[in-house]
Write a protein that binds this ligand. Structure first.
Ligand code: NAD
Length: 248
């Protein structure tokens, strides 16, 4: 098992890509604490995971990710409970596609607050724990739009370019403390949002993807597993695209 004995936090772990990362990590021997936005969705995800495998060591919390003090408290609680923190996955995120002509400043703030500032808030306490214990691993969820931009909803690609900047810079700053920092940049992935689209729309999107289909959450979670594991012990400062070579 690739993550035997490791302790991980996965934000946005209640559904979609985050939920698959949680399953993949548990299946590979990690102890996982998922962070969700509401207690009901956290409880539902925990019940599903326990039903799948009763021996998995999984817990859940719902700190407000855009509140630095709440996030710090939650990260420290994980360290108190499990004695360490090896992997922090900053996955929670929101997207939107408003035209620039209709954009409100508050909308832009909301995207940046969750997609960028919340990552920073979780990283602050995590790196202190990781440095003290001799190393660790930080993984961020970026997006293919961090490479090409997108034609509406400018806040979302802006936030993901920032995620890449944070990732590359912290990889350089934290390497000496044996803390690796990487990001995964998914393409169109069949989470609730995409799976709910009518089949003709999915077919049209698929036609633009060289591999001929949207990604499954598991395709993306596999990249998170690799980067968290010792197989990637010399990989840091990498933005790993998992997008079927779709660069539209
Ligand atoms: P999703 O909507 O299924 O999941 C998003 C997760 O973030 C959920 O667990 C949700 O609870 C959490 N979340 C949302 N708002 C939150 C808040 N205010 N506080 C705490 N948690 C909150 O979407 P997903 O597709 O699984 O997205 C996961 C990540 O993948 C995001 O960062 C997203 O930008 C990125 N991504 C997704 C795609 C795609 O096509 N699905 C493509 C590229 C990047």
């Amino acid at each position: 098992m690739l993550l035997e004995g490791k302790v991980a936090i996965v934000t946005g772990g209640t559904r979609g890509i985050g939920y698959e990362i949680v399953r993949k990590y548990l299946n590979n021997g990690a102890k996982v604490v998922l962070f969700g936005s509401r207690q009901e969705t956290v409880d539902k995800a925990l019940a599903q995971l326990k039903a799948e495998n009763a021996v998995w060591e999984v817990d859940g919390m719902c700190p407000k990710l855009t509140d630095a003090a709440e996030v710090e408290k939650a990260v420290l609680a994980v360290k108190d409970k499990f004695g360490r923190l090896d992997i922090l996955v900053n996955n929670a995120g929101i997207s939107q596609s408003t035209s620039i002509y209709d954009y409100k400043a508050e909308e832009f703030d909301k995207v940046i607050d969750l997609n960028v500032k919340a990552l920073f808030y979780a990283i602050l306490p995590a790196v202190k724990i990781m440095k003290e214990q001799g190393g660790g691993c930080i993984l961020n969820t970026s997006s293919m739009v961090s490479i090409s931009g997108q034609s509406s909803g400018v806040g979302y690609p802006t936030s993901k370019f920032a995620v890449n900047g944070l990732t590359l810079s912290l990889a350089r700053e934290l390497g000496r403390d044996n803390i690796r920092v990487n990001a995964v940049a998914p393409g169109v992935t069949k989470t609730d949002m995409v799976a709910a689209l009518p089949q003709p729309v999915i077919d049209r999107i698929s036609a633009q993807i060289p591999l001929g289909r949207p990604g499954e959450p598991e395709d993306v979670a596999n990249a998170f597993l690799y980067l968290a594991s010792d197989l990637a012990s010399y990989v840091t400062g990498e933005i790993l695209s998992v997008d079927g070579a779709c660069r539209v």
